[in-house]
Ligand binder design. Structure first.
Ligand code: RIB
Length: 306
């Protein structure tokens, strides 16, 4: 039977993560002996696409890879998760790369080198405008050029397609963005960038709503999420306690899962609970896309932790 649901469309980044595992994140000027090195598919956009696809939703990704050895591997990994890659393109030069340290306590430090992600342009968005218009929701992040992001958001606004924006890595946004985004999902550091340090959850959400945002989801990792809808409820959604070994892409897992749950008709607090469960499972596994749980795993986890 064909899937008639409107797809989740990701317009964003895809990156090969170059992961060095180390006892701790090195200090400036320090040399440490690492424990392992691996290349593993990542990129905030692709991670979110894989998260949503593994949870059983129809997902298409619009992104660029390079003409290096990583490009085909990155596309194949999306396909293995069930992501529609017909809107992916290959461009001259390097794919996006993300050298990173992952410490034994699960914490990480990442540098993103955009490569092909930096070549995501308006022409790419124009080429896939009908796919974007057909989406149930569009997922974006801040790892493609800001002009391309704005162009995508304009298109979504004109077509009445809701957008879930992960404002990561944090960067200054044009004013138009605030009214064009349905869901805004900063982590703690990103929220501080947009509203200033030291604000409570309620105050952070209030300041973000004051900019024009409707739905605010403040991701707090092991502390859960605070979900606030303008003029409506604002409540914590509790976390699931697990032993984290690798937190890379946990926020991406949350976003992919949140989008799936919203598309399935859950209210935002139920959706955040589902997303908390998915991201709790993801931090118990190594890697970015490799750590994304399948639907049966999340359903089982929720049944065992109700
Ligand atoms: O959010 C995690 C991701 O950030 C990594 O996979 C890395 O590629 C960077 O984009």
């Amino acid at each position: 039977m064909s899937d008639t649901r409107k797809p989740i469309v990701v317009v964003g980044s895809i990156t090969m993560d170059l992961v060095t595992r180390t006892p701790r994140i090195p200090a400036i000027g320090q040399t440490l002996i690492g424990t392992a090195f691996e290349t593993t598919p990542g990129g905030k956009g692709a991670n979110q696409a894989v998260a949503a696809a593994r949870l059983g939703y129809r997902v298409a990704m619009i992104a660029k890879v390079g003409d290096d050895a990583f490009g085909p591997q990155l596309i194949e990994n999306l396909q293995c998760a069930g992501v529609d890659t017909s809107a992916m393109a290959q461009t001259v030069g390097s794919s996006g790369l993300a050298p990173m340290f992952v410490a034994d306590d699960g914490q990480n430090a990442i540098v993103v080198v955009p490569g092909a992600n930096g070549k995501m342009d308006r022409a790419m968005v124009d080429s896939h405008a009908s796919l974007i218009r057909s989406a149930g929701i569009v997922l974006c992040q801040l790892e493609i050029p800001p002009g391309t992001l704005s162009y995508t958001l304009d298109l979504c606004a004109k077509a009445n397609v809701p957008v879930l924006l992960d404002p990561a890595p944090a960067a200054t946004l044009p004013d138009a963005v605030w009214s064009q985004v349905e869901w805004f999902t900063p982590n703690e550091t990103e929220a501080a960038f947009y509203v200033g340090d030291g604000a409570s959850m309620e105050e952070t959400a209030r300041r973000l709503h004051a900019k024009g945002l409707r739905g605010v989801v403040l991701k707090r990792g092991g502390d859960g999420a605070f979900v606030s809808v303008a003029g409506g409820r604002a409540e914590w959604v509790r976390p699931f306690k697990v032993q984290a070994i690798d937190t890379v892409a946990a926020g991406d897992c949350f976003n992919g899962a949140f989008a799936v749950a919203i598309e399935e008709g859950k209210d935002p607090w139920q959706a955040a609970r589902f997303a908390n469960a998915a991201s709790a499972l993801s931090v118990t596994r190594k890697g970015a896309q490799a750590s994304m749980p399948w639907r049966s795993e999340v359903d089982e986890f929720l049944a065992q932790n109700c």
